[in-house]
Design a protein around this ligand. Structure first.
Ligand code: CP
Length: 316
């Protein structure tokens, strides 16, 4: 199956799920299905972006997102360059716009950027002449994570609409939470957030999600539990008395899953803190689709890059 001329994204950048329509999301997921088929072939590469150069500009640590984008770009035959802030002239005082404009002067078409500050991608898109893909901006959005999560739910259940998804853990500091809420709602899922009061933002209920502070009730309600880690690197004060207490109240273990009268699917965007938000026997169990999420991330990111580059036919 190929995408057709009418099937285009409504936006020239991927800054957040907020800017995408339901049709945009469905187009990305449908295109990702095609790329997933290609990734299962002996030759996993297509020449779609052979004329495109992409810079991966990471101002923050990443394992999954960076490697997944890089692999997606290689599978699409794009030329790529990688920029890590730790070894760059940013440390000599260069601004973000100057840094990116210098990269763009080397004939780069697309910037994939992770940045610690919320809104960095939106800011950049207003000041430089390139397509911008947000690979995570502070505690704001992580759109490709939400898209790969929705793709993984669709793969598991056949559709996202009508599914009940509980996002459990540190919602306050999570970019994955906001992007997931927006994406799942646009696709017709019901969303709940669950965690201690201090880690649920006050505006959560205004997003149209259910708010629950009792883990058992959240697990009894949901079809899918998306477990988030405690983002200690973004916490400047103590949000709960001790990690031990957090684990007792919000850690998912096999005993609590076995005590439910139904099976639920466990997701996690990574990196996992084993023994905190979930135990190893849950992370590695048949309930978990954590590694499928990572696998699907490559196909989803291929779809995003392919569509932002304005391509129409998968095989050329
Ligand atoms: N899920 C995610 O963003 O992981 P990384 O921080 O390793 O990219």
């Amino acid at each position: 199956m190929s995408t057709t001329a009418e099937q285009q994204l409504s936006t020239k950048h991927l800054l957040g799920i907020k800017e995408l329509t339901r049709e945009d999301i469905q187009l990305i997921l449908d295109t990702a299905e095609n790329f997933k088929d290609i990734l299962n072939r002996p030759i996993k590469k297509v020449p779609s972006l052979r004329d495109i150069t992409i810079a991966n500009v990471f101002f923050e640590n990443s394992t999954r997102t960076k490697l997944s984008f890089e692999l997606a770009q290689k599978r699409l035959s794009a030329d790529i360059i990688n920029f890590a802030s730790a070894s760059s002239s940013v440390n000599k005082g260069e601004t973000l716009i100057d840094t990116v404009n210098n990269i763009l002067s080397m004939k780069v078409d697309i910037i994939v950027m992770r940045h610690p500050y919320a809104g960095a991608g939106v800011f950049l898109s207003r000041h430089v002449d390139a397509r911008i893909v947000n690979a995570g901006d502070g505690a704001h959005e992580h759109p490709t994570q939400a898209l790969l999560d929705a793709f993984s739910i669709r793969q598991k259940f056949g559709e996202v609409a009508g599914k009940k998804v509980a996002i459990i853990g540190d919602i306050l500091h999570s970019r994955v939470a906001l992007s997931n809420i927006l994406c799942l709602q646009k696709l017709g899922a019901e969303v709940m957030v669950c965690g201690p009061t201090t880690l649920i933002p006050k505006y959560a209920s205004s997003l149209g999600v259910k708010v629950e502070h009792n883990l058992r009730k959240a697990l009894e309600w949901c079809d899918v539990a998306n477990m988030l880690r405690i983002q200690l690197e973004r916490q400047d004060i103590a949000y709960f008395p001790s990690l031990r207490e957090y684990v007792m109240l919000y850690g998912v273990n096999k005993a609590i899953l076995d005590s439910l009268d139904k099976e639920i699917t466990i997701m996690h965007p990574g990196p996992i803190n084993r023994g905190v938000e979930l135990t190893s026997d849950v992370a590695d169990s048949d309930h978990s689709i954590i590694l499928e999420q990572v696998e699907n991330g490559v196909a989803v990111r291929m779809a995003v890059l392919y569509l932002l580059a304005g391509r129409r036919s998968l095989e050329n």
